[in-house]
Ligand binder design. Structure first.
Ligand SMILES: C[S@@+](CC[C@H](N)C(=O)[O-])C[C@H]1O[C@@H](n2cnc3c(N)ncnc32)[C@H](O)[C@@H]1O
Length: 312
């Protein structure tokens, strides 16, 4: 039976395919993005904040422009690794940087973790600075970043520190001045802990150890304020975040943090919903969650948010 021809209101036992539902699953990450490879046209029409030649827009197939990202498995190529529980898949900074920076520009990741953003910077030719609180993660991120080859000859720096503190921001400024000959960056990426759902450490300055949602949001807001002067006018901030449950309640951390960014000099450009796809171990746990969801009257998290803001 051709399910495309279902009459309105009719019921089909067969599950509709993604194609029939008009849902596009994005391909695995390409080796060299066409934005780097496609030669610019003679009268190239370039935007102010990326290398996309609008005269050749049809050739940039890897660039996602829909607000629903159904990404396949994580890009584990090269030194990219999923070893840090709670790191994001490289496709996220990859897409953000292709869309919102030009080659050679500078990206700041304020919650660097295991260094995914800076590894990706080296791959596609962006300079990058990352802030990370935990010394062990700083060490590991530096190791991984150093292993990635530097074909585009970019600079990367990992700064150990608490991103809510002025002295860390002063360190970023000093690094920018001394190593990058600049006062500002052209893209900020933030992937904070989703409050307390993963315990990254016992460090009291770790946002995962804030006692309440309000305290978490105040600290997050401080990071947005601290880094605001570092970003060039009209450039972009990308926030990756998910929601949480607490005491039988859905806590929309994504909407709360979005509000904090909006209150601090940014306008919202897009809300992207990204799928969370589990590994085999998670799939077993999923059966348990399904049982809990049915009895508790809630839905299981299958998505997180990528929020795109522009500095006013
Ligand atoms: C969700 S993880 C980021 C993962 C990262 N995107 C990656 O791919 O590896 C959040 C990170 O923020 C760090 N962090 C938490 N509080 C911080 C703070 N106050 N200053 C700097 N880093 C902090 C944690 O140690 C953790 O590594």
């Amino acid at each position: 039976m051709n399910t495309n021809k279902l009459k309105k209101g009719s019921f089909n036992k067969n599950i509709l395919t993604q194609e029939q539902l008009n849902i596009h699953t994005y391909p695995e990450q390409e080796k060299i993005p066409s934005v780097l490879e496609v030669p610019k046209s003679t009268n190239s029409k370039l935007s102010k904040f990326n290398d996309i030649d609008l005269n050749r827009w049809k050739e940039y197939e890897e660039i996602i422009t829909d607000s629903l990202w159904l990404l396949g498995k994580r890009d584990n190529s090269g030194v990219h690794t999923g070893e840090l529980h709670g790191n994001f898949i490289p496709q996220i900074p990859h897409q953000a940087m292709l869309r919102y920076t030009k080659q050679g520009e500078i990206v700041l990741d304020t919650f660097l973790g295991s260094g995914t953003t800076l590894i990706e910077c080296k791959r596609i030719g962006r300079n990058g600075i990352g802030i990370e609180l935990l010394p062990d993660l700083v060490k590991r991120a530096k190791e991984l970043i150093a292993q990635e080859s530097n074909l585009h000859n970019v600079k990367t720096s990992v700064i150990e520190g608490d991103n809510t503190e002025n002295k860390t921001i002063e360190n970023v400024k000093k690094t920018l001045n001394e190593n990058y000959n600049s006062d500002t960056v052209q893209l900020i990426i933030m992937h904070p802990p989703y409050h307390d759902i993963i315990k990254f450490s016992d460090n009291p300055n770790d946002l995962c150890n804030t006692k309440t949602t309000d305290e978490f949001l105040n600290k997050f807001s401080q990071v947005v304020k601290n880094t605001y002067p570092l970003l060039d006018e009209k450039r972009f901030l990308v926030l990756v975040i998910g929601d949480k449950y607490s005491q039988s309640e859905w806590v929309p951390l994504s909407f709360y943090t979005m509000q904090k960014v909006l209150e601090n000099g940014y306008k919202l450009k897009s809300i992207v919903i990204k799928n969370i796809s589990g590994n085999r171990a998670k799939r077993n746990a999923e059966q348990l969650w399904r049982r809990r969801a049915l009895s508790g009257g809630f839905y299981i998290f299958k998505h997180e948010y990528i929020l795109f803001f522009q500095k006013r």
